[in-house]
Design a protein around this ligand. Structure first.
Ligand SMILES: *[C@@H]1O[C@H](CO)[C@@H](O)[C@H](O)[C@H]1NC(C)=O
Ligand SMILES: *[C@@H]1O[C@H](CO)[C@@H](O)[C@H](O)[C@H]1NC(C)=O
Ligand SMILES: *[C@@H]1O[C@H](CO)[C@@H](O)[C@H](O)[C@H]1NC(C)=O
Ligand SMILES: *[C@@H]1O[C@H](CO)[C@@H](O)[C@H](O)[C@H]1NC(C)=O
Ligand SMILES: *[C@@H]1O[C@H](CO)[C@@H](O)[C@H](O)[C@H]1NC(C)=O
Ligand SMILES: *[C@@H]1O[C@H](CO)[C@@H](O)[C@H](O)[C@H]1NC(C)=O
Ligand SMILES: *[C@@H]1O[C@H](CO)[C@@H](O)[C@H](O)[C@H]1NC(C)=O
Ligand SMILES: *[C@@H]1O[C@H](CO)[C@@H](O)[C@H](O)[C@H]1NC(C)=O
Length: 509
């Protein structure tokens, strides 16, 4: 009896107690101890937070980046000793030493253009501050460190811009960097730009040349990221030519996200915890809108439906991008015919009959230039009245040259075999009328439009179009059209994005 009671006490009471003491309690203490450790670590991190990252909002800039902290949201990028320390007054040279250097520089640059593109400039040549220099007055220089993403490495490039993939043998066209006369532009560092765009939308609106630029930016921003799968088209599309709009999400995510969430939740306001949960949370989008105004149709006297262009109405999807943080517009190629075979003479844009419409009125005939002026004014009024310029930076990218010789795009015009840029200014084209119209409309607007004046810089680059390499060798037809309008990627649009970045920095400093 006693033994059975003892056995009962032992098996049902003492033994479990012993087990509890031996196994569960140590585990419990270990757990408590490690929780304390984690807590201590979190407290430590909370007291020593990583430096507040720059945010694009003008209001937040003021908080995150007091004007006199360092003058700049980003540290000055290292750039082959030519860095000027964007927006900073400090410079390797004395200010008084800079003026003559800048003044003499232009003549040096002129000489440089006469010959072949030269190696990157010396620091002494980069005279003026980025803040005041004309970014679009410069030349192309050979630079082994370009391009910003290796050829063939980016899955977002449309096959018709993928010259290397389509068998283009030479690669020098990917190694030219744009060098303004009066300053150096900061190298576009993808991660820094993404951090600046955290929680923001950057939207390209325009024709296929803006798609060219959009794809270039996607590749530039994606290349330095480790977790490339965190960059994806919002609805999973893998082809970027046919639809009217695309949105790429750059989410980013790092292992400390959970921790920063805890830190954010525990020691800061919860606004910062939602922000830190994703690294970038930024969206880089493209809206196809080659005219910027609305494509429409009407029924003619024979009862047939005819296409028209409403010069008085902004394009229908404009509400979808009106509130973006950065807008980059373009429009040009669809208004005018391409250059003639005789050099780069501007061809008088052909009038299109019964195409342009304002209200109920269809113009029997209107020159493309007049139509362009009306459309750009419609666009300008829309920007001035519907876009909040405190929130949104509005860019317009100017006309990008085509280089068809021996015919037009659809009549045997070609540019294959061009492997070097134009080096002599006298071979450049006359200024284009459309550009003058655009510049005057922008000048009349109340919104400060940031004008990417790339017309001349593209004129040099007859070497950088896809030409026959718009299609893979196997699918090429003899006598097929060449593409001397768009640009191979990597290539010229990368430089436009560098200038876009430089202008954004300039805006923010
Ligand atoms: C920052 O600049 C303001 C005026 O712009 C000045 O009053 C203030 O003393 C400066 N602070 C520092 C730390 O330089
Ligand atoms: C850049 O500057 C560093 C230090 O100031 C120097 O060692 C280096 O040689 C310079 N490089 C060039 C290309 O001038
Ligand atoms: C800058 O100017 C000061 C005096 O004006 C001079 O002593 C110094 O050598 C100059 N620095 C350079 C890099 O020219
Ligand atoms: C720059 O030009 C001025 C005249 O415009 C000349 O006196 C000076 O020697 C030049 N400096 C250099 C470094 O060429
Ligand atoms: C590429 O450019 C470099 C530097 O200008 C030049 O030395 C080289 O010959 C060029 N290569 C080709 C294939 O044109
Ligand atoms: C991401 O950014 C959008 C604005 O573009 C914002 O509405 C959203 O709350 C952000 N999400 C996170 C998780 O930060
Ligand atoms: C933009 O900011 C200015 C100055 O801060 C202010 O006066 C103006 O009302 C703002 N405009 C809008 C549309 O919020
Ligand atoms: C754009 O650049 C061209 C030449 O590069 C220049 O003539 C024109 O004045 C510039 N336009 C503006 C608005 O700065």
């Amino acid at each position: 009896m006693a033994s059975s009671i003892f056995k009962y006490v032992f098996t049902d009471f003492l033994k479990p107690m012993l087990q509890l003491l031996l196994f569960v309690f140590p585990a419990f203490y270990a757990a408590v101890f490690s929780l304390l450790l984690v807590f201590a670590f979190v407290v430590f991190l909370g007291r020593n937070p990583p430096p507040a990252t720059f945010v694009f909002d003008p209001q937040v800039i003021a908080i995150a980046d007091p004007a006199n902290a360092s003058g700049l949201p980003f540290p000055a990028p290292p750039h082959a000793n030519t860095s000027l320390g964007v927006g900073r007054k400090e410079s390797p040279e004395n200010a008084s030493d800079l003026a003559p250097a800048a003044a003499n520089h232009s003549t040096e640059a002129e000489k440089g253009r006469g010959g072949s593109p030269e190696k990157g400039q010396k620091a002494s040549e980069s005279g003026k501050d980025l803040a005041t220099c004309d970014l679009f007055d410069g030349r192309w220089v050979f630079d082994e460190s370009t391009p910003m993403y290796p050829p063939g490495s980016c899955p977002f490039i449309d096959s018709s811009f993928d010259c290397l993939g389509n068998g283009r043998p030479d690669q020098n066209y990917t190694k030219l960097r744009w060098q303004p006369k009066g300053c150096s532009i900061p190298r576009l560092e993808g991660k820094k730009m993404l951090r600046a765009l955290r929680g923001k939308r950057l939207v390209f609106v325009g024709d296929s040349l803006n798609r060219n630029m959009w794809e270039s930016l996607l590749c530039i921003l994606r290349h330095p990221l480790k977790r490339k799968h965190r960059v994806f088209e919002a609805s999973g599309r893998k082809e970027f030519r046919t639809d009217n709009s695309y949105a790429f999400r750059f989410e980013g995510y790092h292992p400390s996200s959970l921790l920063s969430f805890l830190v954010g939740g525990g020691f800061r306001s919860c606004a910062s915890c939602s922000r830190t949960a994703q690294d970038y949370n930024c969206s880089i989008e493209f809206f196809r809108s080659p005219f910027l105004v609305r494509e429409s149709s009407r029924v003619d006297s024979q009862g047939k439906s005819r296409e028209t262009l409403r010069l008085d109405l902004i394009e229908a999807s404009s509400d979808a991008y009106r509130t973006a943080d950065v807008l980059v517009f373009n429009s040009g190629h669809w208004w005018t015919h391409e250059k003639t075979s005789k050099g780069y003479e501007e061809e008088h844009a052909a009038a299109r009959r019964n195409f342009y419409q304002e209200g109920d009125h269809v113009y029997p005939q209107l020159s493309a230039e007049e139509a362009y002026r009306k459309a750009m004014r419609t666009w300008g009024t829309w920007v001035d009245t519907r876009v909040d310029s405190n929130r949104t930076r509005v860019f317009f990218r100017g006309y990008s040259w085509s280089h068809f010789s021996g015919g037009q795009w659809n009549s045997g015009g070609n540019c294959d075999g061009e492997t070097e840029p134009i080096t002599e200014d006298r071979h450049l084209a006359k200024y284009l009328k459309l550009t003058g119209i655009l510049e005057s409309v922008i000048g009349e607007m109340t919104t400060p439009v940031l004008y990417l004046n790339i017309t001349r810089m593209t004129d040099y680059r007859k070497d950088a179009h896809p030409s026959v390499y718009r299609v893979p060798a196997g699918k090429r037809k003899p006598g097929g059209f060449q593409d001397c309008s768009h640009w191979c990627l990597p290539g010229v649009p990368d430089a436009w994005n560098e200038l876009l970045y430089a202008m954004l920095l300039r805006e923010l400093s």
